[in-house]
Design a protein around this ligand. Structure first.
Ligand code: SF4
Length: 541
């Protein structure tokens, strides 16, 4: 196996024996083959000039397939094999329907057993591209598209689609098979991927806010009650909605974990009196936190750490693109409806959660809420009460070096505000950082996709201050990344013209030295240094 798609990749060069995430060789190879099959579909779509609007079923399976391969989403070899078979069936039908007469391997290869899949996968993985710069750019595009697919799938679950996003995915994935493309062609395509990342995040924002209302300032309880309870993790708000509807009046409470915390900010979910609060911290802290929760856990997306004990494994359920061997997977029917009764029944028989924290945290500062406070914010900037904003969106992870972000937040001057989104916030959202004239010093917009909100806020401030360049605002970007959704957020910010983004705790292992140089020279991308040096650098920029 070879995988270097996330920030925790072994030695920052690649996982080769087993993933640091827990992914084994078989799963890694099946994921590689699934991606290759999706590339085959993309090749057919592009070559035959098929209109993505005409292939709905394929579009949706492509989204799910890409999502399955995101870090920590799916560890279930059987489920991935099933998806490969499904995608190859769709690919072959598409080739027939469109009279595809090409011979690109990804579009025509066949496999008939797990063994043949694994053998094929060994020839078509990341290292099949020999030139390290081309490989780096191809993977950068693929990882961006994986992130885009995740956002598009959440939007689709709410009933919103944008055909041009599918078309771009096909174009990008097909390009990764084309040896005639130069590094410059692929750099251009990388930026185009970022542009469509903005579209996907805007689409999801519209889907979430039109269905559940605009996030509003909310104080979220981090303590517990003495009822049986279910913990819901991941990002999918339709799962959140269905779980709340089905637990209503059952005596079973619902808590969020990790990236599901921002569900509390949506008006539509406030009406459920069994929606109690957030339990614990970011995804990797589930080891320990799931033990003391006691009740069942529902994974809606990519936040799975392989459970350390059978006792925890027996309480895990997955749905959507998520999967773990031996854990029940709750499917959707043709209308997207899911039956969570097995989880609710399990919860009723288990003890209530142990209290691990008390108090509350405040969030809900997505674009609508922040723009409602725009006058106050602008006055504070004009009066000098706010000197600088720090966008510290992104992901959290296990590495000790991420303590940097806690220290950075602690040591920032008191006249600065942190704008955050994603699970990176858990590094500092429980610190007492105070407020500036009533504006909290940590403004949490929501999930990683709500980084879109931070871009909307920046563009609005640019307008209000009459600036011609978003980089002239008093905003610095110090972003933490972990998986592929952070890659699309980064590409989206680059496509909006944002420069001098600092990325940590390490630069991606999949960037070859030459590709990294292009990002440094063109966009001023940089890594992180020491907290003291970085704060000085940012404050004087
Ligand atoms: Fe390694 Fe990350 Fe790939 Fe897992 S997802 S195998 S940790 S690079």
């Amino acid at each position: 196996m070879f995988c270097y798609q996330c920030q925790e990749t072994a030695k920052n060069t690649g996982c080769t024996i087993k993933g640091v995430c827990g992914k084994n060789e078989e799963v890694a190879k099946l994921q590689d083959l699934l991606i290759y099959a999706v590339k085959g579909i993309s090749e057919i779509v592009v070559k035959t000039k098929t209109d993505a609007a005409e292939i709905n079923a394929i579009n949706h399976e492509v989204l799910t397939s890409l999502f399955i391969t995101i870090t920590n989403a799916n560890f279930d070899a059987d489920a991935i094999e099933k998806q490969i078979v499904k995608v190859l069936g769709l690919r072959d039908q598409l080739a027939k329907d469109t009279a595809y007469n090409g011979n690109r391997d990804a579009a025509v290869f066949t496999v008939d057993s797990r063994e043949s899949m694994l053998s094929k996968a060994s020839q078509v993985g990341v290292l099949a591209t020999e030139n390290e710069d081309i490989r780096s750019l191809r993977e950068l595009i693929i990882y961006g598209i994986k992130g885009m697919a995740a956002y598009a799938e959440h939007a689709y679950n709410i009933g919103k689609e944008e055909i041009s996003i599918y078309s771009m995915m096909y174009e990008g994935l097909a390009a990764t098979l084309d040896d005639s493309l130069t590094a410059d062609d692929l750099v251009a395509l990388t930026l185009k991927t970022g542009e469509y990342g903005v579209k996907a995040m805007a689409l999801l924002d519209e889907a979430n806010t039109s269905r559940y209302g605009n996030p509003e300032i909310t104080s979220v309880n981090i303590g517990v009650r003495k009822n049986p309870a279910i913990l819901i993790s991941g990002h999918d708000l339709t799962d959140m909605e269905q779980l709340l509807e089905q637990t209503k009046g059952t005596g079973v409470d619902v808590y969020t974990h990790g990236e599901m915390l921002p569900a509390h900010y949506y008006p539509a979910f406030k009406k459920y009196d069994n929606f109690v609060g957030n339990y614990g911290n970011s995804w990797w802290m589930q080891v320990g936190e799931f033990e003391s929760f006691h009740g069942p856990i529902l994974f809606t997306t990519n936040c799975i750490v392989p459970p350390k004990t059978p006792e925890v494994a027996e309480r895990i359920f997955t749905t959507g693109a998520a999967g773990f061997p031996g854990c029940p997977h709750i499917p959707a029917d043709e209308n997207g409806k899911k039956d969570f009764s097995a989880i609710i029944e399990m919860a009723k028989k288990l003890p209530s959660p142990d209290e691990i924290e008390t108090g509350s945290i405040v969030g809900g500062f997505a674009h609508n809420q922040v723009l409602a406070l725009a006058d106050k914010v602008v006055d504070a900037v004009k009066s000098g009460a706010i000197k600088k904003f720090f966008v510290m969106a992104g992901c959290d992870g296990r590495m000790k070096s991420r303590d940097y972000y806690t220290e950075f937040a602690k040591q920032l001057p008191k006249d600065t505000i942190i704008l955050t989104a994603g699970c990176a916030k858990y590094r500092y959202n429980k610190l007492e950082l105070g407020d500036i004239g009533g504006i909290p010093r940590v403004l949490d917009a929501g999930q990683c996709n709500d980084s879109y909100s931070l871009a909307v806020i920046a563009l609005k401030l640019k307008e209000v201050f009459g600036l011609d360049d978003v980089n002239k605002l008093p905003i610095a970007y110090n972003i933490a990344w972990y998986e592929q959704k952070a890659v699309i957020v980064l590409l989206a910010l680059l496509s909006l013209g944002v420069k001098n983004i600092h990325l940590g705790p390490t630069l991606p292992g999949f960037l070859s030295p030459n590709v990294a140089k292009v990002l440094v020279d063109t966009f001023g991308i940089a890594g992180i240094g020491t907290v003291e040096d970085d704060i000085e650098l940012f404050m004087n920029a």
